[in-house]
Ligand binder design. Structure first.
Ligand SMILES: [Zn+2]
Length: 137
């Protein structure tokens, strides 16, 4: 069987994926906190709480790892997180393009006899991989 040429859609997705950039998984959060001093206004007045404090959080193998960030770092980290989400989107698009390509291969001349069976099952809706992400904006 001759090596197939890469479909344009797959090639285009691969180019998107190959764009290196700093990116990360996780999220940046911002919050204000009470301090330990009993006489501090923050104990009773939510507006007098200290901060905001920024932190970067990421679940990693069942553990949550986090670190504090300065406001400047937080801005940068948010961009990195966004870049990571963009990468996931591109990765998903790449998967889909490759799977269409793979389907075309299955449905090609070599698989004519199986076509009737496949038609019913391949609705391209199936998401076998457990997508851990639920937040997509
Ligand atoms: Zn305080």
């Amino acid at each position: 069987m001759p090596r197939e040429t890469v479909p344009a859609a797959v090639r285009a997705r691969a180019v998107e994926l190959a764009e290196p950039m700093p990116m990360r998984r996780g999220s940046v959060s911002e919050r204000s906190m009470k301090c330990g001093r009993k006489d501090c206004r923050c104990q009773h007045d939510p507006l007098a709480r200290h901060g905001p404090y920024y932190s970067l959080t990421r679940a990693e193998g069942g553990k949550t790892r986090s670190r504090y960030l300065t406001a400047e770092q937080a801005t940068l980290a948010r961009e990195q997180v966004e870049a990571g989400q963009g990468f996931r989107t591109h990765l998903e698009a790449y998967w889909q393009a490759c799977e269409q390509w793979a389907d075309a291969q299955l449905d090609g001349p070599a698989a004519v006899s199986h076509e009737a069976v496949k038609k019913g099952a391949s609705k391209r809706r199936s998401k076998p991989r457990s997508s851990a992400r639920s937040t997509r904006s």
